[in-house]
Design a binder for this molecule. Structure first.
Ligand code: ASN
Ligand code: ZN
Length: 344
């Protein structure tokens, strides 16, 4: 194990644990985190990790802080992946994405002008595009995106939530898939809160560092402020067949209300104003308890077909296990779901 440093695109200067292979040769592979490694897909749509090109360096100082160096995006990716693994381990005792003490793997410079990032469950890899040069100008290697995508890996390894329908363009629909997107946003936001980095202040916004005109991709406090995907605030029968990112707002909003409560609130540099369906007021129980309840519900009670009403029951069971059915925590879970129009 060697102590390297990286000059990232989005997170400033960061510490990286690397592997020393010779006196002046280092590999971007972290032996302290189950050999989590990032490689270069070299512009191909490679999904075979072993065919990616390894990143090596002579002085263990990686990247330049700009896209002029191919290693810079890899610094952000490796940093984000290791911070996400640290979050799951410290917070929930989870040993890697599959909880089997295997490292996660990153592939940067994936494809040509790809404005997206993906978790590939076959490869067990994170695939990062460099941006489409249009809506997404930069590589999609920001911390909350990594937390989002790796959480899809955790969901695959636990509940296995599946969309109910996929159209011919690959768009996914339905509540279980929307719940999957929501959990990815919830824990993606939690990864930021767990990572102490002044260049990446934590918040309930997703993708706020991607340079989008609306200043975020999605947000948990008031999902419908997202005009790009038309994310919804409340459940209605139409949620049954919404596109999964749009539908994610229902449970993301319930989670925010559970953690922080309704109404206006400034946390760090962001002011939130979270509405409720029925005009009710909700007092939050804090992010630590709210995320523990959602994690336990995911790991123990959700299955591939869990919809929003089932998710309510799963989180109520988790809250009852942890705090008791008479607790404020349990009652607040109930109120938070009612406030997004999910009752019984
Ligand atoms: N970034 C998208 C998502 O995680 C990519 C995908 O997997 N559909 O929702
Ligand atoms: Zn997603």
């Amino acid at each position: 194990t060697a102590n390297g440093t990286g000059s990232s695109l989005f997170a400033g200067k960061v510490a990286l644990k690397t592997t020393q292979t010779a006196r002046t040769s280092f590999l971007l592979k972290d032996p302290t985190r189950w050999n989590t490694e990032t490689r270069d897909a070299r512009g191909q749509e490679l999904e075979n990790f072993s065919r990616g090109k390894k990143f090596t360096d002579g002085d263990n100082k990686w990247g330049t802080g700009t896209t002029s160096s191919r290693a810079t995006a890899a610094v952000d990716a490796q940093y984000g992946i290791t911070k996400t693994l640290d979050f799951y381990k410290k917070t929930f005792g989870r040993k890697g994405i599959k909880n089997n003490s295997a490292g996660a793997r990153g592939m940067v410079h994936f494809g040509n002008k790809v404005g997206n990032a993906f978790w590939d469950s076959v490869c067990g890899c994170m695939l990062y595009g460099d941006g489409d040069g249009d809506m997404f100008k930069k590589p999609l290697v920001v911390l909350d995106v990594t937390g989002h995508e790796l959480t899809h890996g955790v969901v695959d390894a636990t509940a296995g939530l599946e969309p109910t329908r996929v159209d011919r363009d690959g768009n996914q629909y339905g509540e279980p898939g929307a719940l999957n997107e929501s959990l990815a946003d919830i824990f993606g936001s939690n990864v930021e809160f767990a990572t102490d980095n002044p260049k990446n202040p934590p918040n309930y916004l997703l993708g706020e560092k991607l340079g989008l005109a609306q200043k975020f991709l999605r947000r948990l406090d008031h999902p419908s402020l997202d005009e790009l995907e038309g994310t919804i605030d409340y459940w209605s029968p139409a949620a049954f067949d919404t596109e999964v990112h749009a539908g994610s707002g229902v449970s993301s909003h319930a989670y925010y209300l559970l953690a922080e409560g309704s109404g206006r609130k400034t946390i760090g540099s962001v002011t939130y104003d979270s509405p409720t369906y029925d005009g009710s007021r909700v007092t939050g129980i804090g992010r630590t308890k709210a995320s523990a309840i959602f994690y336990r519900a995911l790991a123990r009670y959700m299955v591939s077909t869990t919809d929003f009403h089932d998710a309510r029951k799963a989180t109520l069971k988790a809250a009852s296990d942890m705090y008791g059915a008479d607790s404020t925590e349990y009652k607040t879970v109930n109120k938070a779901w009612a406030a997004v129009n999910v009752t019984s």
